[in-house]
Design a protein around this ligand. Structure first.
Ligand SMILES: [Mg+2]
Length: 412
């Protein structure tokens, strides 16, 4: 394929009015969610799409002052310069071209990730084949197009609020309910106990985002006790219980026997493998949007093969991102579960009460139509490429809004 055009669009999806979520020691305000849409075109007029953003660890974005606008500039500048006019035969060659641009670590892997996914979309369209078939050839697997989902929702609510949400998620048929605790050690204990009592079939996952360590209330001993408690209550996993690079912390908590998950915050596929090598996580959460696309994630998926660690993609963000990670799950033989983020008024879910986390309209509007989600299972079509269409009208409808997407305000 000969690449003629590479564009990045920074978009914002307002949370209007802004929402305040009280957590232990402060209040978190939510203003918007940002997404970078990446569009690649070939000389023959075939278009591939992907996204970055709205997905990496909220803590990292907040504390490192990430700006999705900056990433779109990088795509339109260095990445476009590296690829436009180039002929790409092997998709991995595009990784090398981007590496030559000399971007700093994480910007490079974000760029590589977005381009890798978009080029697979193009390759699939050129061949008239879904991306999962291209990947299944690489894995030597028989793809499966029915993908079990767990729902990712609750954040900073009263224990009863989580329970109500979880009951709706269970009724919708999802494999599990993942939530963000952090309302204080007593409230967090009560939440997981109530969830264990209430849910029959659905698993419970805690996405701790290391936020427990923000305030003194969550010192090391308390974190350890809470992790053990959650495990005793039957939690399926406890995700990011310590800072992403605190491998000793992961190892220490793993000694309790609690099932730990992590990986989304790793900056590269090699970082995912390194975390896997600690032996401390039972679930390794790579993401094609962050870990060098399908090409990078295959390294991590194959690392897990035959080891006591399962690759379960991280997937938080839009339906375009859902499609991208779903093709990996469809093709990779040992990967069989996918995160489904639930936002307010999700048109793909049919439920009387709304289990959505917050408003994120662009998550749905970024593609035409809806994913086929039924009884907690996503079914992929055999349409070519990623199997979804993006109407570029969304670029006008969701203009970028400067400023942080979320702010933490502390008491005292
Ligand atoms: Mg997470």
């Amino acid at each position: 394929m000969e690449i003629s055009d590479v564009r990045g669009y920074a978009l914002s999806s307002p949370i209007d009015p802004a929402q305040d979520r009280p957590f232990c020691g402060g209040t978190r305000r939510l203003h918007k969610r940002d997404v970078v849409l990446v569009v690649v075109e070939t000389k023959d007029g075939v278009r591939g799409v992907s996204t970055a953003g709205a997905s990496s660890s909220a803590m990292r974005e907040y504390f490192e002052g990430d700006s999705q606008g900056t990433f779109a500039d990088v795509v339109n500048g260095d990445v476009a310069d590296a690829l436009e006019g180039e002929r790409i035969d092997r998709i991995a060659d595009a990784h090398d071209r981007i590496a030559d641009a000399g971007l700093p670590g994480r910007l490079r892997t974000e760029a590589v990730s977005a381009i890798d996914v978009a080029l697979y979309d193009i390759r699939g369209r050129e061949l008239g084949a879904p991306v999962y078939e291209l990947l299944a050839d690489e894995y030597g697997s028989d793809p499966t197009t029915e993908i079990p989902l767990y729902a990712s929702a609750g954040m900073y609510m009263e224990p009863e609020g989580y329970v109500e949400q979880a009951a709706t998620i269970e009724d919708l048929g999802f494999v599990g309910y993942k939530y963000r605790p952090g309302i204080g050690p007593d409230g967090d204990r009560r939440t997981v106990e109530l969830l264990a009592e209430t849910l029959d079939e659905a698993e419970v996952m805690l996405d701790v985002h290391t936020w427990w360590k923000i305030r003194d209330a969550y010192d090391e001993d308390t974190v350890r006790e809470l992790v053990e408690h959650a495990a005793e209550c039957g939690a399926y996993w406890i995700e990011e219980p310590v800072a992403p690079d605190d491998y000793d912390g992961y190892r220490s908590l793993a000694e309790t026997g609690a099932p730990l998950a992590g990986g989304e915050s790793e900056e590269s596929a090699a970082g995912l493998v390194e975390l896997g090598r600690t032996g401390a996580v039972e679930y390794l959460q790579g993401d094609v949007r962050h870990h060098e696309g399908y090409t990078g994630c295959r390294e991590a998926v194959e690392f897990c093969r035959g080891r006591d660690v399962e690759f379960v993609p991280h997937n938080f963000g839009t339906w375009l991102g859902l499609a991208a990670n779903a093709h990996l799950v469809a093709a990779a033989p040992e990967v069989g579960l996918l995160e489904y983020p639930v936002f307010e008024n999700d048109p793909a879910l049919d439920s009387e009460s709304d289990p959505g986390m917050y408003q994120f309209d662009l998550a749905f509007d970024i593609i035409e139509g809806e994913p086929a989600v039924e009884n907690g299972v996503l079914t992929l079509s055999d349409d070519p490429g990623l199997g979804v269409e993006v109407d570029l009208d969304i670029v006008e409808r969701y203009p970028f809004v400067e400023g942080p997407w979320t702010e933490f305000h502390y008491d005292d």
